[in-house]
Design a binder for this molecule. Structure first.
Ligand code: NCD
Length: 335
């Protein structure tokens, strides 16, 4: 079964969370609405709600991560779940055990949910097609394929900053995604999410060597000239050069890249005066972004990290079916 079909149950409710591609718009908005209700939990004296009390969540990170792993962990703890962090480098996988055998072992311990990051595209999907019916799987980034919770937190950040996608409306925002789109699972998930929600114009900006072939078929406008690509943008999303995924020399040098594509205060002036700047992190100062912009008043980079917790609380509690409802979600309404 395809990932998009596996992630909802017969009634269209979230079961696993594997990809943004194919996720219905109403369900995407439901998750953003749920995240809104969790956004205040971190500001309370007691930063906990009891929605996932008694549930066990295993964080399976086969690839290094700081922000994503810690915000998933915090989100689980704020939902009162018990959390298991698996240091995969030091676990049985490095002794030759297969991914599915590791999974069976954890299932025998009655884990209710797996949060999976893996270098192989499709890893979370593979796991979701093998787990018991009551177990849930969340994709925390699979190879170059998707990073769906990052896209959600990007949408949430943009919605909070600009008021976009209120109720059923689309948005006239011009969003520019700049840099190494070719190796970026974040860019792929973002593109699907923004096109599903509706934007004025979606652009990808970068050198030919860092944009996927036929990227325009994903519904984006392609720019190789950064000055043109940033012109009148409302939102700029900068991407890291993912050197660990590059084969061969795709760029002359980091310095040369910064000169042409780096987001400097001067280049930022090309965009709308109230443009907001985002980056999924980790950021490389002086490579894709100037410190003055990363730390400047238009940067939402730290808001993205903070909102990541609320968004992940929403995804986990919805997939587990533990979210109480006072009114039917948008995905079940016809208004
Ligand atoms: C991204 C990732 O791992 O895909 N980072 C993240 O999740 N915060 C982007 C990146 O590594 O550049």
């Amino acid at each position: 079964m395809q990932a998009r079909d596996l992630q909802t149950d017969g009634k269209g409710r979230l079961k696993h969370f594997l990809c943004i591609e194919g996720l219905p718009r109403a369900l995407l908005l439901d998750i953003l609405d749920a995240a809104e209700s969790f956004a205040g939990v971190g500001e309370r004296a007691v930063k906990k709600v009891p929605l996932m009390r008694g549930k066990t969540i295993a964080n399976l990170f086969f690839e290094a991560s700081t922000r994503t792993r810690t915000t998933f962990e915090l989100a689980a703890k704020r939902l009162s779940a018990d959390v298991l962090n698996l240091n995969i480098q030091a676990s049985s996988t490095s002794k030759g055990e297969s991914l599915l055998d590791t999974l069976r072992t954890l299932e025998a311990m009655h884990c209710d949910m797996f949060v999976v990051r893996h270098g192989m595209s499709g890893a979370a999907h593979l796991i979701a097609s093998h787990v018991a019916d009551e177990v849930r799987v969340i994709n925390a980034g699979d190879g170059r394929h998707e990073h769906p919770t990052q896209a959600l937190l990007d949408c949430f950040t943009i919605r909070r900053a600009t008021g976009a996608w209120a109720e059923r409306g689309s948005s006239s925002l011009v969003i520019a995604i700049v840099g190494d789109v070719l190796h970026s699972r974040v860019a792929r998930s973002d593109i699907h999410a923004f096109n599903t929600l509706g934007v004025g114009e979606l652009r990808v900006v970068g050198p030919k060597t860092l944009l996927p072939n036929a990227v325009e078929t994903l519904g984006v406008h392609v720019f190789h000239d950064p000055e043109a690509g940033l012109c009148d943008a409302d939102v700029i999303i900068m991407l890291r050069l993912q050197n660990e995924r590059m084969q061969g020399a795709l760029l002359p040098s980091a310095l040369e890249y910064f000169k042409t594509y780096g987001l400097t205060p001067a280049r930022l002036l090309r965009a709308k005066p109230d443009v907001v700047v985002m980056h999924p992190g980790p950021i490389n100062r002086g490579v894709e972004i100037d410190s003055a912009v990363a730390d400047g008043s238009q940067s939402l980079i730290l808001e993205q990290v903070r909102y990541g917790i609320a968004v992940r609380m929403a995804v986990m509690s919805m997939a587990m079916g533990s979210l109480p409802r006072t009114r039917p979600p948008r995905s079940m309404r016809d208004d």
